[in-house]
Design a protein around this ligand. Structure first.
Ligand SMILES: [Zn+2]
Length: 252
């Protein structure tokens, strides 16, 4: 397991909760004690254009600082996905998040759809054909769903449930219906934690999610799995939740 991280992710590029000062520092410190870190390069414009319109790219470019960080976040997802394609599990501790970024628009603290760009780059490059994107964020990743709405080779699933057991059962049911794929990507938002906006999952539930996804990837995707950060606004629980997910993924 490698963690993809860049010190510039600490920069405050906007005034939304995803860009809040100090949001990633505790998580970075916790994960650095456990996993090797890899520093990514920014994504290229042509990478962004794999899933976004030129109009949207130009719109984000009007905010130069946000634009730089959004390219670096997409680059972080690309690096994590490339590690996964090579058989090394990876987690992108990145911001800004991306799952609310559609081809021609974005909202919800998102600018470019990091996970979609990474998956599409692997697909266009021929490294993979079929991918499964599992979104465990509190919020539905409308951007990711829109981007792959007419792409049957990429399945998007937002895990939901009225309680902890319900949530884990939804994930289990979804995975039981899936056949083989070349890769699993996890849109890892931690805002469903009991001490975050969603007020539901315990830290140990993220370990269960990791175990289920890791076991599925081992059985159906040659172990190829990566995750990237989406939401998660309690900086005290973000790190332990991410650590639980990654340890679960490694256990298989
Ligand atoms: Zn969210």
């Amino acid at each position: 397991m490698k963690v993809v991280f860049h010190p510039r992710y600490h920069e405050v590029y906007a005034s939304d909760p995803a860009a809040a000062p100090g949001r990633l520092e505790p998580a970075a410190a916790l994960l650095a004690a456990r996993f090797p870190f890899v520093e990514p390069y920014p994504a290229a414009e042509e990478d962004v254009l794999l899933v976004h319109t030129a109009r949207h790219l130009t719109w984000v470019k009007q905010r130069p600082h946000t634009y730089e960080l959004a390219l670096l976040a997409a680059g972080g997802a690309i690096t994590a996905s490339q590690l996964a394609a090579q058989g090394e599990k990876a987690f992108g501790l990145i911001r800004p998040p991306g799952h609310h970024a559609s081809p021609d628009s974005s909202w919800g603290f998102c600018w470019f759809n990091n996970v979609a760009i990474a998956v599409e780059k692997l697909r266009r490059g021929g490294a993979i054909a079929r991918a499964i994107i599992i979104d465990i964020d509190l919020h539905y990743g409308d951007g990711t769903a829109n981007i792959f709405a007419r792409v049957p080779e990429v399945v998007y699933h937002h895990v939901k449930g009225m309680g902890r057991q319900d949530f884990l059962r939804d994930l289990e049911d979804f995975l039981s219906r899936q056949g083989d794929a070349d890769l699993v990507a996890v849109s890892a938002g931690f805002d469903r934690h009991e001490h975050d906006w969603g007020r539901m999952l315990k830290t140990e539930d993220y370990r269960s999610v990791g175990q289920m996804v890791g076991a599925f990837a081992a059985a159906h995707c040659r172990g190829r799995v990566f995750a990237v950060l989406e939401g998660g606004y309690n900086s005290d629980t973000l790190g332990e939740s991410a650590l639980a997910l990654l340890e679960g993924l490694e256990e298989e």
